[in-house]
Unconditional design. Sequence first.
Length: 396
Amino acid sequence: MKPRWRVLAIYAAASAAMQFEWLRFAPVTDAVAAQYGVSIGAVGWLSLVFPLLFLPLALPSGALVDRLSVRSSLRIAVIGMLLGAVVRLLIPGFAGLLASQIVIALVQPLLMSLVSRLVLAWFPTEQQLDATGFATMALFAGLGFAFVLVPMMSPEHINGGLWIDVLALCALSASVLLTLPADPKIASTANVNSDASSWLVRVGVLLKTAPFAGILLLIFLANGYFNAIFTWLQPLLEPQGIDASRAGLIGLLVLIGGIASMAAIGKLDSGSKSVRRVVVIAALVGLPLTALLLAGIPFLALCVVAVILGALMLGPLPLLIELVATTAGPQLAGTAVSAFWLAGNAGAAAVIASLSPIADSGNWTLGGALLGGLLLVESLVAAMLLRSDSGVIKSV
C-alpha cells in the first residue's frame, strides 16, 4: 500500500473509532443506567460531553493542527483515545465512564480538524476529493457500528466490551506509532514560521470573508437539520406506529444512504459553484422528503425515503470540507475545518434545543414545518452564494 493511502486508512480507522466511542453507550442507555445505578439522564452525559467540549476546543485544536505534522497530530489523538479507554478500567463505577468520555472528547476536535491538512499534505489535487470523501465516510461508519455492534452485546457484558475497546485502540495506537510515515517534507515545514499574531490576523480575515461565512451558515443549518432528525427520529415516527427497533433501522438506512452518496460524490466537480448547486438541490429535494416522513407512508416506502434523505443530507459533506480547506490554504486548513465543524455542532445544539419543547408536546406537524424551514433557508443561502461573483475564496 502506498504511504498516502496507508496514512488515510489509519486516519479513517481512528475517525470511525472516535465516533464509535462518542455514542458507545447511547444504544444501551437503559442497561448502563441499571448496571451503574444512575438515571437515564445521567447516561446521556456520556455522549453530551463531546459536543460541549468541541465548542470551546475547536479553533484551538485547528490552530494546533496547523502547526504540527500530520503524524504528530494523529499520534496525540489516538493515544488520547487509548488513555480514555484505559481510564474506564482504572476508575470503578459511573465516574470512570464519565472521566473516560471526557478524556476522549478532549482529542475529538484535534482529530476532526486534521482531515484536510492530511489530504492537502499527502494527496495530489486530482485525488483530494476522493480522499476527503473516504475520511468523511469513516465518521458515519463509526456511528453505524455503534448502533449495530453495541446492542449485540448482552447488558451484563458491558464491562467485557470495555476491554475489547482497549484492545482495539491498542492495535490502532501500535499502527500509528510503528507504521505511520513521516509527513512529506514540504508539508511538515509549511507552517513552522507562522506566529500567533499573524495566525490571528489571517483567521480574522478568513472569518470575515462572505463566501466562507456563508459556508459556515450552510453547515450550521444542514447539521442542525440532520441532528434533529437523528435525535428525534423515534418520537417523530411513533405516531405512525413505528416502534423503537424499526425507527433504529430507519436511522441506520439514513447513514447507509449518506455513506453511499459520499462514495459517489468524488465523481463530481468540486468547484465552488458546483458545490453550491449540489447543496441547493439537496435542500430543495429534502423538503418533500421531510413531509413524507410525517405522512404515514408504508414502512418500505419510509425506508426508501430514509436512504435518499441520508444521501442528500450527508453526501455534500466531502465537497464542503474540501472547499473550506482548499480556499483557506494549507497554512489555515486545520483552522478552517475546525471552524466548519464548530458551526455544525453549534447548529446541532441550537436546533435540538429549539425542538425539545415540540418533542415533549408531540406536535410534529409544527416540528416538520420548522425542519422544512431550515432546508428552505439553506437552499436560499446556497443560491445566494451561487449567484455571487466572489467564487472560490482566495487564500489569506
